[in-house]
Write a protein that binds this ligand. Structure first.
Ligand code: AOF
Ligand code: ZN
Length: 351
């Protein structure tokens, strides 16, 4: 939603700072969103904070606590990248705290579509006679919490497709696994995994590559592993079942929880819809899908994806093998290129 008024450069500058602060906790706030806050008095930042972890204070509270001279607060503006909350969750409502302290003005990036907030926070503030505006750098603030917003608004996780292909568009050589990228790229891939809540592969990829799908080359948490294996063909001693992370097995045989492995039974004919419902119930906010081709193409054909990350090694020609998936309905929005070699990253988003 674009706003009718244009915001000042200062507003955008401070919301940008909120976004920067919020990003410090990327991958760590689940199931909560990333939020940053800045307190400004007479054009000077007197307080800053961000949400570190679910259960811990929200961004605004950390910003308020960082202000040394609290007597300046009634003459100050508070900036926050997400609408202040209105509910008693793990912490009390930030909107009430803002009202109690009597800030001069509140500037909000994006509104919070979480059922419990959804305009109520802004209303508490306005009803208290405090000026509140929202929508400053709205697109950037929505992008910051693309996972959280997609989960709450679409009732499904944010979906990222990822694969590596050769210059001539193949995923493997002669239908056998082959290395397409290098170790630097692998580190990047592990970072991508650490940023997401879950990682999904199909039966064939599990059988061919026996991946453990953990984050080894970077510091970060292992994502939940999701395996689509309708007939339970992947043996229990495969790496995907090791104890390093939780594994969800989507299948058509049984419903069972065994140690770190959770079997969820769904209807094969209705895969995409049933899978989305199951993952919503499991409170999975984002999934990176790492193949293989069949699995990736199912999501593309079902128009069920939000972002695609394609790693292309332009110098590598494989000549024969599995053809890379073909994207449809795409809007390129960012191209990242690795310096010093022929490997390129493309990040694309659906329209
Ligand atoms: C904010 N600032 O920094 C965050 C907000 O269980 P709780 O109390 O932590 O509440 C979680 C919900 O609060 C979360 O789903 C989202 O709607 C909002 N998160 N709100 O004003 C913050 N993290
Ligand atoms: Zn809050």
């Amino acid at each position: 939603m674009t706003s009718l008024f244009s915001f000042s450069m200062q507003d955008e500058f401070y919301i940008k700072r909120c976004i920067e602060l919020a990003q410090k906790a990327i991958g760590k706030t689940y199931p909560n969103p990333l939020v940053g806050s800045v307190i400004v008095h007479n054009g000077k930042i007197i307080g800053e904070g961000y949400h570190h972890k679910a259960g811990e204070p929200h961004a605004e509270i950390n910003a308020i606590n960082s202000v040394k001279d609290k007597s300046l607060i009634p003459e100050s503006m508070i900036y926050v990248s997400l609408e202040p909350c209105a509910h008693y969750g793990k912490t009390p409502p930030c909107a009430l705290k803002i009202k109690e302290l009597g800030f001069k003005k509140v500037v909000i990036g994006a509104m919070d579509s979480h059922d419990k907030v959804n305009g109520k926070g802004k209303k508490i503030i306005q009803d208290a006679g405090i000026e509140a505006v929202s929508g400053v750098l709205e697109e950037e603030c929505i992008e910051l919490n693309k996972r959280f917003f997609t989960y709450h608004e679409k009732k499904r996780p944010y979906i990222i497709l990822k694969w590596a292909e050769s210059g001539d568009g193949f995923l493997d050589k002669d239908f056998k696994p082959t290395s397409i990228s290098n170790s630097l790229v692998n580190q990047f891939v592990h970072q991508l995994r650490a940023d997401e809540h879950a990682i999904l592969i199909g039966t064939q990829t599990a059988l061919n590559d026996n991946p453990s799908l953990t984050v080894r080359n970077v510091i970060g948490e292992n994502p939940v592993r999701i395996l689509i294996d309708f007939d339970l063909k992947v043996p229990q001693d495969f790496s995907i079942f090791n104890k390093e992370a939780k594994t969800i097995v989507i299948n058509s045989v049984k419903e069972e929880v065994k140690d770190n492995i959770h079997f969820i039974k769904i209807n094969k004919e209705n895969l995409l819809q049933d899978l989305m419902e199951a993952l919503y119930k499991e409170q999975i906010q984002s999934v990176i899908i790492e193949g293989g081709r069949f699995t990736l193409q199912q999501f593309i054909d079902g128009n069920l994806w939000d972002e695609a990350i394609v790693i292309k090694n332009e110098n590598l020609k494989l000549e024969n093998g599995t053809k890379a998936p073909v994207l449809s309905n795409i809007k390129p929005y960012k191209t990242e290129e690795f310096r010093g070699n022929s490997i390129k990253f493309f990040r694309l988003k659906t329209i």
